[in-house]
Write a new protein. Structure first.
Length: 254
């Protein structure tokens, strides 16, 4: 049902029930509607309680018509959500570096199974070498989730982070946002735990990204976990799925 149809139906029900029109409940947000998409795989829906997608996406400010780069998208958990939020006038570019594909080869077929279909027609997939990262220009958001730390690791070729963040800066339109969601390492550890624990010190991310010219404009603690002492690898059974995560929002200046 289209949104205007949903509103009309809701309004009619309220009037018939004798409830004042100004008491009509708010319509679901585009993010909530995206999460409710019945085409999402069951295994991705099962992650929602832990990943809190509505709260996370609302923090980004994403809306209809946006052009979004999903950098290192995994199996497409957020790619599908972005597709439904931005709608037919928006676009989602799922960028899976060759190095990441070699490390996790099961993800690319999953991405390609839905990208460009009638259900997700605004999604395209590219597989560039990380050293030749060439992103579409004029996008509203570049997003990376739980993978920024990997950019520092040997399997990715330990790429030049200044060049990568500059490429992201150049891809964004003025005022566009860059969102980094990742597993937190202990304060003061910098990038020393990215390979062993798959974590990164949030301060290191902030320093690298702002060095590329970005403004730091906010953070969300919706995925934080004070009980995580940051000493275990993210795959440790005692913490897997419940690591302390930070979400940073940066903006390209107007």
């Amino acid at each position: 049902m289209k949104l205007h149809g949903l509103f009309a139906a809701t309004f009619a029900l309220v009037v018939l029930a004798g409830v004042p029109a100004n008491a009509v409940p708010a319509l679901p947000s585009y993010t909530a509607l995206a999460v409710a998409d019945p085409n999402r795989p069951a295994d991705q829906r099962a992650q929602d309680a832990e990943r809190k997608p509505v709260e996370v996406l609302n923090f980004t400010g994403i809306t209809r018509g946006w052009k979004v780069v999903d950098l290192m998208p995994g199996a497409g958990y957020y790619t599908r959500l972005f597709s439904k939020v931005v709608g037919t006038n928006g676009a989602v570019y799922a960028v899976q570096p060759i190095e990441m594909d070699k490390a996790a080869p099961k993800n690319l077929p999953k991405l390609r199974s839905f990208a460009g279909t009638s259900i997700y027609p605004n999604v395209t997939v590219t597989v560039p070498p990380i050293a030749q990262l060439n992103l579409p220009k004029g996008v509203d958001m570049v997003w990376t989730s739980q993978n920024y730390h990997d950019l520092h690791d040997p399997f990715m070729g330990s790429p030049d982070m200044a060049r990568i963040n500059k490429a992201i800066y150049d891809a964004l339109k003025p005022g566009g946002v860059y969102i980094v969601l990742d597993h937190a390492a202990a304060a003061g550890t910098g990038t020393s735990k990215t390979d062993s624990l798959h974590r990164i010190d949030p301060a290191a991310v902030k320093a690298e990204v702002t060095a590329a010219g970005f403004e730091f404009v906010g953070e969300s603690d919706v995925l934080s976990n004070p009980a995580d002492d940051h000493t275990k690898a993210i795959f440790d059974p005692s913490i897997k799925g419940h690591t302390d995560k930070f979400i940073y929002k940066f903006r390209k200046p107007l």
